[in-house]
Every structure is written in C-alpha cells, then in structure tokens.
Design a protein around this ligand. Structure first.
Ligand code: DX5
Ligand code: ZN
Length: 218
C-alpha cells in the first residue's frame, strides 16, 4: 500500500475567501488540495471553474491541485484547466464521451490523469482505463454536495481496484471522496485506499494539525 495522503477539499472552504481557505492546509504542510468542479449537468450543483484554479495559483498556491471534474463534457475543458494550473484532472466514467482520448489529452497537456466512479456504478466500468491513469477515485457518496454520509457499500470496490493494481503491476493511487473523516478513512484504508479527500470534516475540525496527524498515521 502507498502511504496515506490527505487531500482537503476546497468545497468546504469559505466561498468568499478561497485563496485563504487553500492556504489553511498548505500551512499545515499538506501538499494536496482537492478542487471540485461541478457543471449543473452531471451533478445538480455548480462550484468552481478554471478561473478559480488560475486565481488560486495567482494568490500563491503551490499545492498539488487535485481537480475533480464532475462534468458531462470534461473533454471540452482539459486545456483550460491545464493552462489554469491544475495538477491532476480526474474525469468520471459515467457520461458518454471518449474517456480514453480524454485521459490521453490530459497527459498530453502535462497533467496527471484520474478516473472516477459513482457509488451506483459497477467497478468493472473503470477496468479498461486502469493502465492509463495515475489515480482511481472511488466516490463514497453520490457526488454533488459536501457534508453527506459515507456509504459503506462502496468499500468492496476499493478492495477490487487494489487487487487489479497488484495483479497487473500497476501504480495508480486509490482515492476516496465523500463523508471521509478519521473513522471512515480507517475503513477505506483497510481495503487499500491511500488518498483521502476530506471537506467538511477537515474545515470543521477544531484541531486541524491533529486531524492531519491522524490521517498520516492511518
Ligand atoms: C462531493 C465532492 C467532494 C466533497 C466532499 O461531490 O466530490 O469532494 O467536497 O465533501 P465532504 O468531505 O464534506 O463529504
Ligand atoms: Zn471531489
């Protein structure tokens, strides 16, 4: 298993002061920031766009910007997010577009590439893309909103992805996102997850340094 990595989600930050919110995990030495992009089509909500990513960079973010594209047509925005300064672009497997071509375009633009799946999507859907990604994102809630309850029925998918990774000698990270706190992260870690997105639980924590330390010790 890879060492555990905490990726706080900016969605739970202050929408009126995003650069300041991004600086909170950075000040704790956390190298990743998860940035949720919602298009009001793939999910029933809106969040940020490439302009937000560019603004984070302009305001001094040097974090690894783990950009989660909850979009029906992510292929149309790869170049914009890459130019804005995203580090990783994770696309969903569910909508009808050319996922393989989009993953290759993401890498062609100098970003690393991830594939994500919703709780209701069978894990087999991501299987054809495993050799072409740096990260598999197993959603542990239905995407669209922060603050939802973790779904334990997603745990077997983590275990399956981990088995495929070891059988095939691959090296991608296994990320979980949605309802993650120290307790649910432990459940995911036991199945093989190594990258933990935490929005509400991170920003609501009264002692974020201790929170980060608990994840480092998973
Ligand atoms: C959900 C987003 C998540 C969200 C997680 O649609 O993909 O990244 O920020 O929020 P919490 O940690 O509050 O469940
Ligand atoms: Zn996310």
């Amino acid at each position: 298993m890879k060492p555990p990595l905490l990726a706080p989600s900016l969605l739970a930050g202050d929408p009126g002061a995003l650069a300041a919110s991004a600086a909170v995990p950075a000040a704790l030495g956390l190298e990743w920031l998860h940035v949720d992009i919602m298009d009001a089509h793939f999910v029933p909500n809106l969040s940020f766009g490439p302009g937000t990513v560019a603004a984070l960079r302009r305001h001094g973010s040097r974090q690894f910007l783990d950009t989660h594209l909850m979009m029906t047509e992510p292929h149309r925005y790869v170049e914009a997010f890459a130019k804005a300064g995203s580090s990783r672009l994770t696309i969903h497997v569910e909508p009808g577009y050319d996922q393989a071509g989009t993953l290759s375009a993401i890498r062609g633009h100098g970003c690393s590439a991830g594939i994500a799946l919703n709780p209701g999507t069978p894990i087999e859907a991501v299987e054809p893309f495993l050799k072409d990604v740096d990260l598999v994102l197993v959603m542990t809630v239905q995407p669209g909103f922060g603050g939802q309850a973790f779904r334990a029925d997603t745990l077997p998918k983590i275990a399956q992805v981990r088995r495929w990774r070891s059988e095939r000698g691959l090296d991608f990270r296994i990320e979980v996102d949605g309802g993650i706190d120290v307790a649910t992260a432990r459940l995911c870690r036991a199945e093989g997850a190594d990258t933990f997105v935490a929005g509400t639980s991170f920003f609501a924590s009264e002692d974020r340094a201790a929170f980060a330390a608990a994840f480092a010790a998973l």
